[in-house]
Design a protein around this ligand. Sequence first.
Ligand code: ATP
Length: 286
Amino acid sequence: MNAIQHTVESLRHTFRPDQVWPFLAPENAKVNVDKDIILYVEGLNLSFDGFKALNNLNLYINDGELRCLIGANGAGKTTLMDVITGKTQCDSGSVFFGQNQNLLNKDEAEIAQLGIGRKFQKPTVFEEQTVFDNLELSLKTDKGVLATLFSRLTPTQIDRIDDVLKIIGLAKHRFMLAGALSHGQKQWLEIGMLLVSDPRLLLIDEPVAGMTPDETERTAELLTSLAGDRTVIVVEHDMEFVRSIARTVTVLHQGSVLAEGTMDQIQSNKDVIEVYLGEQEEGATS
Ligand code: ATP
């Protein structure tokens, strides 16, 4: 190949006709969901010392849906979340946020910046700070230490925090120390701490573990209300709760998708009963 052919060839690769050129893309096209799919996980593999934690895993999440992810202990749910959020690198496969954002070449901070928020099982709020201050701190965490300490909230930011306080049902508790909240309220506050930065995709790990029945019911309402404008993926073992919120349920088993469908389809699926639901019922009766 001569020098001219080489230049033409490399330009062809740089400016692919099927892509919007970066300098022409409007800011709000950062995540391209033209095909209504916000998360593409394809052929994902990850082994720990020869043990396949993720095994050719394929998963597609629609923009705005509330998806429940279930599966026995060790099925690979947390490992999948770790790969999506950049905490762990996979061996092979691909993970795209919308059609255009390759998450596998980004670090945890870049992935969060794109609008993917993750909530771990245990609430990690700042107990000595008020509810409002917790939300304020999360809003400013990307501004650096000095700005976090000394900058004032703009009216828009105050409105944002007020909106979030209403969404999570803690408006009346805004001046309460977070340490004085109930376990359920701390979980809602932590969800609020994600919401202040207006994420597109929320990954929420076992939100109702340890909650009272009333708190569980309110959490179901909260997560259901969040979907639509945002996409929510919930990992949960509590089947009653899953039934109350889920439209589509994905069952993981040994690092792969075993089944996917409505809760009724999942609960009558023989493979799922054999490897997961049967085990759960035995656990409940023993
Ligand atoms: P649970 O419901 O108990 O949280 P899970 O579906 O989230 O289970 P994972 O935590 O993803 O399962 O674990 C999948 C498998 O990978 C398990 O067998 C686990 O022991 C293993 N595993 C996960 N992380 C590591 C690691 N860093 N090193 C070695 N093995 C690991």
